[in-house]
Design a protein around this ligand. Sequence first.
Ligand code: MG
Length: 391
Amino acid sequence: MSPQTNLVLLGSTGSIGVQTLDVVARLCKVGRPFRVVALAAGRNSRLLAEQIESARPEVVSLADERAAEDVRRRFPGLRVLAGEDGLVALASLDEVDVVVNAVVGAAGLPATLAALARGRTLALANKESLVTGGDLVRDALGAGGGRILPIDSEHSALLQCLDAGRRADVDRLVLTASGGPFLDLGRADRATATARDALRHPTWSMGKRITIDSATLVNKAFEVIEAHYLFDVPYERIDAVIHPASILHSLVQFSDGSLIAQAAAHDMRIPIQYALTYPERVSTGLPQLDLARVGRLEFRPVDREAFPAFGTVLAAAHAGGTATAAVNAADEVLVARFLEGEIPFGGLDRGLEATLAAWARERADGDVPATLDSIRSTDHWARAFASGLTL
Ligand code: MG
């Protein structure tokens, strides 16, 4: 029997959070015991209540006081926190081995910094931590002595492929992208597509925001930034390629021309489990890939004209400072507006471009280099800006 791993799960009621608890249960069954010390959720106090009953954490946190009150009433003896302070408190708890950060959006950054400052292993699904505050995350990692294990299928693949050679011999990282539900639509049809169309992702079943971000390729551009910070590879050496079936999750090209790929079934529990057992591999009955049934593999270049948001996000990455925080915050607002039916799909592309242009005009000077305060103030500014845009 392995020693017990003490785990904190932030974002427990989202898609990744629910699947993490499934993986934890599977690992416990095969003699890899985990203790869930703390859970943090957004506003879904009902699902959190079920998770509290089965996982028995010592402390929980919710996005706001109202949701927290609801849980306090149901579990009078339980410590219940709220808000960003609650998330940071959970990420900073003593005697924790792994913090899983599966919070959605920029709200995940302070908890990431807190976990790394305490030297924890951070299993990171919150890509916005790296998108909005990559330099700060890198500093916290250096200062605290912790480590990051990615919970993103592409980056889990890259981590595995990088083991095939020396870092000095890495030529390029190649991220694969499914291309989302609108890959084969003409630009005019895509521009007028609805939330219902976009939520039908062809290969992955994911949360709503990431599904819309996959349809615009914003998610893929975020993943380029994520890879840049996780593996310390310059942007010029990170490519994205459309691979509609998403069988190869990403590849590393080495200097001799060898491309090493990782393939697996479309199941986020596989990268989640790898982050929790790294570098070991454990058999817990997760789905296996049947290559004979896959048939053929198709690849295409990213069509930057058809998916302009991909370039907008990468332009923000090159601008540096708080540009990516601005684009991320605007994207969070624009995706919510799109899901509400307020703006058409094409409004996502236009809104991001307008936000980056306004950032360059109004914010760029004061916001470089980024600090947690400047990221927060840019985040607020961009949310207000994107909310007010007519698209
Ligand atoms: Mg991904």
